[in-house]
Design a binder for this molecule. Structure first.
Ligand SMILES: Nc1ncnc2c1ncn2[C@@H]1O[C@H](COP(=O)(O)OP(=O)(O)OP(=O)(O)O)[C@@H](O)[C@H]1O
Ligand SMILES: [Mg+2]
Length: 415
């Protein structure tokens, strides 16, 4: 058996664990998939530790049973509307005598670029270099070995609330597993649903989750903009529960079976049964009434997401369009509605690039879980102090400071 990687997607409505076996450069082989309903999160953020721990254990145990192995280390996703991103720029003089740029220069210039004033309650999750500039020459992705006097770096910095990350660490720690890395969820998803050509051309990953809608924009192979809208599929369900005067569980079941984001010709004659509550008989409502409830909320969510996309300076460069992931993308009519609102090509993001349990993991709902596996496979050997190139030849400097911080925290924690 090769190396094992586990991806843990801690979502607002479900927790998903995916175990994969890695054999050299071959595609990861998924050997275990476990999901469990999640009740301890609100809008992507852990608010109830005990419930979250229970769900994490359930999801991992199920994946372990399927895989026939036990895992004690995971790569976990992080999301929520506490995530912020900014672009930074750093400049240094090349230190070596012969002006050859070496890894130490890259480290210094990245350090300079990340030296932004961070509020004390935030930590850096990712520093993602976009390009390097050597003596006024722009667009360089890998300056090591080049000659130059002045080295500049443009980086995308993703930060998160320390407490939110801390609660993810705590939940996993108390589920008796260790966190190897925390990865921004839409960044992870991009590894499962976007091809290198799409990242190069300009593409957007939009994860329509239960609690939040997460966005990551890519151009020329690098992440350029990240954003979060604090609404998701749960809001649609809640609207339906109110509108249909039925409990949330019923509303959810009706949404999965009959829900639609857009009015369609054929819906005119369709009616849908709403179970009665408190001994009342079931009622029938027209499907178009259902769409009347769902569509405005989906338009709101996608409209807010569109506003976020437009804030990016590379908005006009998104040639490959939008790839939708997350359970919310499975709502009938959502791809068409998004296409109308964004005026861009939109498609469903089905995770790919793996073998094994393809039938279980090939759903847009598992894009983050599968993406965590790909991300880990590429960056696993990343040392805190080292930069490692991924398959695009891009540098990714991950989590160094945060991981150290948490290692310190765990030592003092009593539980
Ligand atoms: N077939 C489907 N049709 C419509 N909606 C669906 C379908 N399957 C799942 N959903 C919706 O997708 C949402 C859950 O998606 P997902 O599992 O991606 O969210 P999550 O990861 O738990 O949440 P978040 O990412 O916001 O923290 C729920 O609101 C659910 O109702
Ligand atoms: Mg999610």
């Amino acid at each position: 058996m090769g190396n094992i990687i586990t991806g843990l997607d801690i979502g607002t409505t479900k927790i998903g664990a995916i175990i994969a076996e890695i054999n050299g450069d071959m595609q990861p082989k998924i050997i275990g998939v476990g999901t469990s309903p999640s009740a301890g999160l609100r809008r992507g953020v852990v608010v109830n530790l005990e419930k979250t721990i229970r769900s994490i254990k359930e999801a991992i145990n199920e994946a372990e049973r399927m895989a026939g192995i036990e895992v004690d280390e995971v790569f976990a996703g992080i999301a929520g509307d506490h995530i912020r991103s900014i672009n930074g720029r750093g400049v240094v003089a090349v230190a070596g005598q012969d002006n050859e740029i070496v890894a130490a220069d890259i480290r210094r210039v990245i350090d300079a670029a990340k030296a932004v004033a961070l509020p004390i309650d935030r930590e850096i999750l990712h520093i993602l270099p976009q390009e390097f500039v050597v003596d006024e020459q722009h667009g360089i992705k890998d300056p090591i070995g080049m000659s130059g006097v002045r080295l500049e770096a443009e980086v995308h910095i993703v930060t998160g609330a320390i407490t939110s990350a801390q609660n993810i660490y705590r939940s996993i720690d108390r589920s008796d597993r260790r966190v190897l890395d925390l990865v921004l969820e839409p960044l992870a998803s991009s590894y499962a649903v976007l091809g290198n050509d799409e990242k190069e051309l300009g593409a957007i990953v939009m994860d329509l989750g239960g609690g939040t809608t997460d966005i990551a924009m890519f151009f020329e192979g690098c992440i350029r903009h990240t954003a979060v809208v604090g609404l998701g599929g749960k809001n649609v369900t809640n609207d339906m529960a109110l509108g249909l005067r039925t409990p949330v569980d019923n509303a959810e079941a009706i949404k999965l079976k009959h829900g639609c984001s857009m009015h369609r010709q054929e819906e005119r004659d369709i009616t849908v049964e709403v179970p009665g509550v408190g001994g009342r008989p079931p009622r029938r409502i027209s499907k178009s009434y259902l769409v009347d409830i769902i569509q405005p909320r989906m338009e709101e969510i996608l409209g807010l997401a569109y506003n976020e996309i437009k804030k990016s300076t590379c908005y006009h460069l998104m040639t490959a369009g939008v790839v939708l992931t997350g359970g919310g993308s499975l709502l009938d009519g959502t791809v068409e509605l998004a296409e109308e609102i964004f005026d861009m090509p939109v498609k469903l993001g089905v995770p790919n690039g793996f073998t094994g349990l393809t039938d279980l993991a090939s759903s847009p709902m598992h894009a983050t879980g599968v993406g965590l596996i790909h991300y880990a496979h590429i960056h696993k050997n990343n040392n805190d102090e080292l930069l490692k190139q991924d398959e695009n030849g891009l540098f990714n400097w991950v989590m160094g400071s945060m991981r150290k911080w948490f290692t310190g925290m765990n030592r003092y924690e009593t539980h």
